[in-house]
Design a protein around this ligand. Structure first.
Ligand code: GRF
Length: 198
């Protein structure tokens, strides 16, 4: 069986990337082909290199806000690696419709909230502010609208008394590391049945 090739895009430490890479073994239908970042110093790149995975970096800063020019460079290593699936994993640059449309139906993202609640940033603080009793994370297909595509999986965690945003974020992150690999395994096998954890 030929494996699906997965490119993973990171901006920071890449803990979700580490979980995804660790899951792609044995009879898993996919294998990592590239870890790519907008930051050459991203911790995730060091971890990927240590795991023997091809890495690349395209710094967004020289493009000075010209998103299309940045994305024209960003897409090159993904195409050169022959990626079948692109996983955004803690990737912190907003991607234009032009970039996303090249990967329609085969680009995933993990977002730290129970979408459609709390699109965008500071999700944990917003959930606490709202007095929510449950919170969590979502894996969804990436479409041109930010944090908006078809939901492929969710994991829920309780919000506890005296939770701080950091404590809640840490509880959610544990679930991210379970949810994303579960969704990717199904998605790579052609199964879009949503995964529900917690
Ligand atoms: C985390 O806050 C996570 O919720 C979100 O991106 C951030 C960094 O993730 N998905 P990672 O450790 O770089 O995967």
């Amino acid at each position: 069986m030929s494996h699906k090739k997965v490119a993973i895009l990171v901006s920071g430490g890449g803990s979700n990337m580490v979980s995804l890479v660790a899951s792609m073994t044995g009879d898993h239908p996919a294998r990592p082909c590239l870890v790519l970042s907008n930051d050459a110093e991203a911790g995730g790149l060091k971890k990927a290199a240590a795991a023997g995975i091809a890495i690349a970096a395209v710094d967004h800063r020289p493009f000075d806000g010209d998103r299309a020019a940045f994305e024209a460079e960003l897409v090159k290593p993904i195409l050169e690696a022959g990626a079948d699936i692109v996983c955004l994993a803690g990737f912190m640059r907003v991607l234009t419709a032009g970039f996303v449309s090249q990967f329609e139906g085969r680009m995933l993202n993990i977002h730290p909230s129970l979408l459609p609640k709390y699109k965008g940033l500071h999700t944990h603080a917003r959930a606490l502010e709202a007095g929510d009793v449950a919170h969590g994370c979502t894996v969804h297909e990436v479409t041109p609208r930010l944090d908006d595509g078809p939901i492929l999986g969710q994991a829920r965690v309780p919000v506890l008394e005296n939770d701080t945003p950091d404590a809640l974020a840490a509880r959610v992150l544990v679930q991210e590391h379970l949810l994303y690999p579960a969704v990717l395994r199904r998605f790579a096998a052609g199964d879009k049945t949503p995964v529900q954890l917690g």
